[in-house]
Write a protein that binds this ligand. Structure first.
Ligand code: ATP
Ligand code: MG
Length: 428
């Protein structure tokens, strides 16, 4: 593995890089200054420096220091240590939350699982050089020294940013084995920044992808959310498909020849475009939405099967959603709040489709109405439902102020079948 000792750090001034010191969060600067005043070296590190160099406003400013977690706690009374395998200190400065980590050493073999090579303990502290070499990508191993206003670069991160290259530090096969979550981070950064990756790295993804099964479902869930909301989820999906990672993250994705899979693909594509647009417009997004879209065709198909088996619709809704969500939980885990929202949006689809006049006002004030309506629009867009149904609800919202409109949607007639067929790719 490339070691920090073999590579001499390069120093770049902020002026040389044409960066504006004023763009750096003042709370983060204050935290670094407090640590250095207490005698510990400290730097801004990682994504924030990378983003500044790319002309993107950083979403947070992480700090890396020589001080141990307990020493950090002593410098900042309003702080707490979180995490086990990887301890972090959360510090509050002027109602802002900062993450401070202690310089880590690159992991040695005795801190890894013997069979898988996965890192079990990442709390062995070291120097800044050690810390740089255990970071994932060269572009994420840049340190900013607040005092001298210099960026310290150990692994040609600045050159790689200029060349738009995403390179892991060290041997990709070993680094992915240490933490298979880095495979998903690769997809995220590759999509978000449009960076190139080497054939070598792609090969390492294929060699290690099975190990995604070894990371806890809750972490997989977090990583999937970051993928969906990175701003270029459409590209994320293409790459997950290209690297054959979808079956590790989503239930049913190995069943790709069914009509449900075809519909899932078109609904997913529309929902991804919609999500990217919402992020661009800084509109709120909900964690459940993409899961809701991807899994809907499987839920709906199962629902119809159960109805044919003489379940009543309430029972069929409960049973079908339980089955599909529990299969998904094996892949990503999910907070209960999220799985409840998925269920609510699905169940509301039935009610929005078979609207009764008396229920309009009640449905419009349902807290999940807006998300269910947004999903209905996507279904209409891909032909999973008649556009009249979506138009009806658009009109109802417009008329909400003047109380409930008297109009009702045209009953879905023969055209419904045509829409379905088109959605399943039989009619062009
Ligand atoms: P963003 O915050 O925009 O998602 P980031 O690069 O800041 O991107 P974080 O998850 O906030 O990502 O992590 C901060 C830094 O910690 C990274 O830049 C990287 O240096 C390091 N890091 C995070 N996760 C890993 C990992 N799995 N392996 C090695 N280093 C990591
Ligand atoms: Mg970050």
């Amino acid at each position: 593995m490339t070691s920090a000792r073999k590579i001499k750090a390069k120093y770049y001034s902020f002026k040389q890089l044409k960066l504006d010191h004023g763009l750096i969060d003042s709370a983060a600067i204050e935290a670094v200054k407090k640590l250095t005043a207490a005698g510990y070296s400290a730097y801004l590190v990682g994504g924030c420096i990378r983003d500044l160099l790319l002309g993107i406003t950083p979403k947070d400013f992480d700090i890396s220091t020589q001080a141990t977690p307990l020493q950090i706690r002593r410098v900042f009374p309003r702080s707490r240590i979180i995490g086990q395998r990887f301890k972090i200190v959360h510090v509050n400065i002027r109602s802002e939350l900062l993450e401070i980590t202690t310089f880590r050493q690159a992991v040695k073999d005795h801190h890894k699982d013997k069979a898988t090579g996965q890192v079990l303990d990442d709390n062995v502290f070291g120097s800044i050089e050690n810390d740089a070499s255990r970071r994932d990508f060269t572009v994420n191993a840049l340190y900013y020294d607040v005092e001298s206003k210099q960026v310290i670069d150990y692994f040609k991160g600045i050159e790689h940013i200029r060349q738009k290259r995403l390179e892991l530090i060290g041997d990709p096969v070993i680094r992915f084995a240490e933490d298979p979550g880095r495979i998903l981070r690769t997809v995220r950064f590759q999509s978000k920044f449009g960076f190139k990756v080497s054939a070598n790295l792609v090969e390492a993804i294929h060699l290690n992808k099975y190990a995604l099964n070894n990371i806890p479902p809750a972490r997989r869930f977090d990583e999937v959310l970051k993928l969906f909301y990175c701003g270029n989820a459409t590209r994320v999906w293409e790459l997950l498909n290209e690297y054959e990672l979808l079956p590790y993250l989503f239930a049913n994705s190995d069943d790709n020849k069914s009509a449900q899979a075809a519909l899932s693909r078109s609904i997913t594509a529309a929902a991804l475009i919609n999500t990217d647009q919402r992020i661009r417009e800084q509109k709120p997004v909900i964690s459940a939405f993409m899961f809701c879209a991807i899994l809907w065709p499987y839920y709906h198909h199962r629902f119809k099967q159960l109805i044919n088996k003489k379940y009543n619709s309430q029972e069929a809704m409960v049973q079908a959603s339980e089955e599909i969500i529990s299969r998904q939980l094996l892949r990503t885990g999910m907070l209960r709040r999220v799985s409840n929202t998925i269920r609510e949006i699905w169940w509301l689809q039935h009610r929005l489709e078979k609207v009764r006049k008396k229920q309009v006002i009640k449905l419009l004030s349902n807290p999940r109405f807006r998300a269910a309506y947004d999903f209905l629009l996507i279904r209409a867009e891909v032909g999973d439902i008649e556009t009249e149904v979506a138009e009806f609800w658009t009109a109802q919202q417009r008329d909400k102020k003047n109380n409930t409109s008297k109009s009702s949607p045209k009953r879905p007639g023969k055209s419904r079948k045509r829409y379905r067929q088109r959605a399943h790719g039989r009619i062009q």
